[in-house]
Design a protein around this ligand. Structure first.
Ligand code: NAD
Ligand code: MG
Length: 391
């Protein structure tokens, strides 16, 4: 049976790795929607190569360019935030959510209405609106499969297990670009230095978030939302080789580790073929040649983002939306050269503190509109905090 697939964020790192897997078995898939942002040439080329029904850019002003690039192909072109959400209504059996940032929430959420499978790389959806997403999936009988190496690893270690027997979940972190830097050098880290990951090839934003550990902070919250585990039982372990992605500790003392090469095509492929395991074009590890794996405890002085994530989980409600939006705004400011590297965590912490009254007033229950409102408020606040700290 040919499977209909849509990829949100097709032009990005996860999107391109997903297309790489699909290209290896073209007869098995029919591509419905592909989406991107500014990279119109890539988006159009992939839409043509895979015979997509529709290509969508999130930028209204690029519709003309996209139309021109697709002229004569019969492939529909669309643009804008609303068009992205509408593309999520197109019938598909498997939908990849791989837009970066909070912008991925609306189309991913909408896709759940189809009651099929959402492969979720966009961790920001779970951080900002985890309970809403899970409830929406349950309401429509949709399945959410993790596409983050750590969460896919945990998911795989839990096959056939009872969550009641789980004592702890350990997610590993490479430590990113600055794991061995002297602390006093961190404030002067440049954009180029922060954009180099020691082990993984990923989009620029998540690569910088790995250096600051904001990525791991989002993943702590993501772990709580996926697996419903008490935050006190989630641990972060620094593992510079990035070969063990996560470990699940059971009440009999066993630790089940997931070991594999740092290649996102494993987690993507697992979600694509689940519940089967199919051949995937990833390196087979030679552990004897690798020789040793090393581990260290995470240092909260180096990575204050980890502490902030724990505070966010404690606060609950819309704190995740504030945390993520403030992080995105602080990251924008760092990328634009407006603030230094270590200022990002300061901006996020100040934003969380500054909005603590609004967070308390918002109470426990919330909806997507409240998430969007809080996201907006947090970005404004974080922008002001960034200006106070401008280099
Ligand atoms: P990327 O920057 O390489 O690609 C992002 C994609 O989103 C692109 O297609 C881009 O066109 C699109 N996009 C950007 N801004 C948009 C907007 N405002 N509206 C709509 N579309 C927009 O990012 P990536 O590294 O592929 O990461 C994608 C998601 O997957 C992120 O949530 C990230 O945290 C997660 N993830 C990535 C990796 C990885 O290895 N790259 C691993 C785990 C999780
Ligand atoms: Mg990860």
């Amino acid at each position: 049976m040919v499977r209909r697939v849509s990829i949100f964020g097709a032009t990005g790192s996860i999107g391109q790795n997903t297309l790489d897997l699909i290209a290896r078995a073209p007869d098995e898939y029919s591509v419905v929607a592909l989406t991107g942002a500014r990279n119109i040439d890539q988006l159009a080329a992939d839409a043509i190569r895979f015979g997509a029904e529709i290509a969508v850019t999130c930028h209204d002003e690029l519709l003309g360019d996209l139309r021109t690039a697709l002229a004569g192909t019969g492939i529909e072109a669309a643009a804008g935030a609303e068009a992205l959400v509408e593309a999520a209504d197109r019938p598909a059996d498997w939908i990849m959510s791989a837009i970066v940032g909070a912008a991925g929430l609306a189309p991913g959420f909408r896709a759940l209405r189809q009651g099929t499978t959402l492969a979720l790389a966009n961790k920001e959806s779970l951080v900002t609106a985890g309970p809403l997403l899970m409830a929406e999936a349950a309401r429509h009988g949709a399945r959410i499969l993790p596409v983050d190496s750590e969460h896919s690893a945990v998911f795989q270690a839990l096959v056939g297990e009872d969550m009641a027997a789980v004592e702890r979940i350990v997610i590993t972190a490479s430590g990113g670009a600055f794991r061995d830097w002297p602390l006093e050098d961190l404030p002067n880290a440049t954009l180029a230095e922060a954009s180099c990951h020691p082990n993984w090839a990923m989009g620029q934003r998540i690569t910088i978030d790995s250096a600051s550990m904001f990525n791991k902070s989002l993943e702590l919250i993501e772990t709580r939302e996926y697996f419903g585990i008490d935050p006190a039982r989630i641990e972060v372990l620094v593992h510079p080789e990035s070969l063990i992605h996560a470990l699940v500790g059971f009440r009999d003392g066993a630790l089940m580790a997931h070991v594999g090469p740092p290649d996102m095509r494993h987690a993507i492929g697992y979600a694509l073929h689940w519940p089967d395991r199919r051949h995937l074009p990833v390196e087979r590890l030679d552990l004897a040649a690798i020789g040793q794996l090393t581990f260290r405890a995470p240092d909260e002085a180096r990575w204050p983002a980890l502490r902030l994530a724990r505070e966010v989980m404690q606060t609950g409600g819309l704190a995740g939306a504030v945390f993520n939006a403030a992080k995105e705004r602080a990251l924008d400011a760092f990328i634009a050269g407006e603030i230094g590297f270590t200022r990002m965590a300061e901006v996020v912490e100040a934003t969380l503190n500054g909005l603590s009254g609004e967070l308390a007033a918002s109470g426990g229950g919330f909806d997507l509109e409240a998430v969007a409102d809080m996201d907006h408020l947090a970005r404004e606040r974080a922008g002001a905090e960034a200006r106070l700290r401008a280099a």
